[in-house]
Design a protein around this ligand. Structure first.
Ligand code: SF4
Ligand code: MG
Length: 324
């Protein structure tokens, strides 16, 4: 297994008290695999990714427990120098907002080239040539000229392509993409997602795709991990989830997005809001919003039960949900 996260816990100190943003999360990613991490905003997806990458804002955030094994090493035990070497070269991250991740006063070619200068000890001239090559690869027209331009001279979609180019530059084993297309127009979203999926295949990289949008994961993901209130509530191969969800929250997400295979069906949104993380409800955190909730749900927190060899659900009534 390439990445193996065990019982990760992250807390944030807030004015309201301690927010338990990540609450005992475990998951694995095999080499070359694509895992989609799905959930509403505030479910802990981004914080989990930041903890794995070693870029958590701390303080106020603090990892209080867990292991992040990457190629067998626990990243949480490395010092900042060692972490920096892993970042970029062995795992890279793509953010939603390219404009704030890129340096506004440096030509994009220099930023791309910097990766090769720092991590590979290349000369500036060779690094510039590499930057052109990368921009070609992410299909930015006129790369030879455009390497000299600044981030604001590119459209949102083109900037996201530059982010992808930076992420794949050193051919890392793992890319974590946090809502990589959320800020883009719908048509551009699909193009950028296709490009990411294609390059991932070409370089045989593993991808952790963080999204609130179930619509984008069907075509790209091998597996889905659904997060709610800082925990994984369902984890399964993507086809299994589409066939029949084993958790009422997953069911709610599925019923709130349009699907080509279920034309004419009515869309229903999940009622209520995700909980305040300083006051997570007792028992199953989803119980105030769950149409299947019963007494036991208000008192007993369900662990991630094995539903099959490849599937887990943190629901007391997972079998009922599966056959509902
Ligand atoms: Fe709903 Fe109970 Fe299952 Fe939680 S444990 S998802 S409240 S049925
Ligand atoms: Mg987020």
């Amino acid at each position: 297994m390439l990445l193996d996260v065990h019982d990760l816990k992250v807390e944030f100190r807030t004015r309201d008290g301690i927010a338990r943003a990540v609450n005992g999360v475990s998951f694995g990613v095999d080499a070359g695999e694509t895992l989609a991490v799905l959930g509403e905003s505030g479910s802990g997806k981004s914080v989990t990714a930041q903890a794995v990458m070693g870029i958590l804002d701390s303080p106020p955030g603090r990892i209080t427990a867990g292991e992040v094994l990457f190629q067998g090493r626990d990243l949480l035990r490395l010092n900042e120098d060692e972490r920096r070497r892993v970042r970029g070269a062995e795992m890279a991250m793509i953010f939603q907002d390219a404009l704030s991740s890129l340096n506004p006063v440096l030509p994009v070619g220099d930023q791309l080239g910097e990766m090769f200068v720092v991590h590979r000890g290349m000369s500036r001239k060779d690094a510039r040539a590499k930057a052109v090559e990368l921009m070609d690869q992410v299909r930015i027209p006129g790369a030879r000229e455009r390497v000299k331009q600044y981030p604001h001279q590119f459209s949102g979609g083109m900037r996201q392509r530059i982010m992808i180019a930076m992420a794949i530059a050193l051919e890392p084993a793992l890319i974590i993409a946090d809502e990589p297309t959320t800020a883009l127009d719908v048509t551009v979203q699909a193009q950028v997602m296709d490009l990411l999926a294609e390059l991932r295949r070409e370089y045989k990289m593993a991808l952790v795709l963080i999204t609130h949008d179930l619509g984008v994961v069907a075509d790209v993901a091998d597996r889905i991990a659904v997060m709610y209130a800082g925990r994984i509530v369902e984890s399964a191969p993507v086809q299994d989830i589409y066939k029949a969800p084993a958790h009422p929250y997953t069911r709610g997400l599925l019923e709130s997005v349009p699907r080509l295979d279920l034309k004419g069906r009515e869309l229903t949104a999940i009622s209520g809001l995700p909980p305040n993380l300083t006051r997570i409800p007792p028992g199953c955190a989803f119980h105030p919003r769950c149409p299947m909730a019963r007494d036991v749900c208000r008192t007993d927190e369900p662990p991630l039960y094995a539903v099959s060899e490849t599937r887990g659900s943190a629901c007391h009534f997972r079998t009922e949900c599966l056959h509902a």
